[in-house]
Design a protein around this ligand. Sequence first.
Ligand code: CP
Ligand code: NVA
Length: 301
Amino acid sequence: MKHLLKLQDLTAEEITQILNLADQLKFEKKNKIEHHLLKGKTLGMIFQKSSTRTRVSFEVGMYDLGGSALFLSSNDLQIGRGEPVEDTARVMSGYLDGIMIRTYSQKEVEVLAEMGSIPIINGLTDYCHPCQVLADLMTIREHKRTIEGNKLCYIGDGNNMANSLIVGGIKMGMKVSIACPENYKPDADIMKWAAENGDFVCTPDVFEAAKDADVLYTDVWASMGQEGEAAIRRAAFKGYQINDEVMAVAKSDAMVMHCLPAHREEEITAKVFEEHADEIFNEAENRLHAQKAVLVKLMAD
Ligand code: CP
Ligand code: NVA
């Protein structure tokens, strides 16, 4: 494993290894056992979009591992003024030991990896969010003990989260159901791959998708960069919400997940959110542990 660009590039075995290391690092952090596995290493963190969890968890993660992290806002970098990503990749490769990038285009992340000579980590694109889903799989395993065989139901926009959840869920042997409006389906190639490689369904019917689910997952109706479409999307996604009625058709011990930030009373009711806050905030915490595992796998000597 040279980069983390998208989950398609990882085998189930590699994902399991990351999750095992993440569990170990979480245990060690809770027990104040320090491992400076990345002593003297520096991670550059390029952000073309906002972030709370990704930024803070990567920065703390590098600090925990004995290295350091640089926050690089695209507003301040020449990349924001049009310097090609091909050149940025080669310049940065001379200074840094790895780059985490959050941006719009998946292509940009792939070019960074192709042109640079250091590990590249995708911290979210419009296409996918692999770091989030590694933390999600870790959280599901903590709560359900195993991943395989569980039914994961995602309700809402067929966006970056849906794409990565489909790939991660199917690779790890989960049944995956997606409930979304007709015009807001996940990536067509990913859905085709999922149908050929596992138990996958995409339906406009929320209740059909949620039936007997072990895990219910949702995300915002309008992602970063889609703020201008918020009103249209609010109308299109009405009913695509995790609420008591949806919970009633899922398994009685179903867990609820959200990558955050959440919009209460849009994709999830405040009531369901608060009833499952322990799961949701453990999920957020696990970003730190899962990403530390990724950093070690990619950047340790
Ligand atoms: N879930 C997630 O990636 O959060 P941030 O946008 O705050 O990083
Ligand atoms: N779909 C959301 C995820 C945020 C973590 C977005 O792209 O804004």
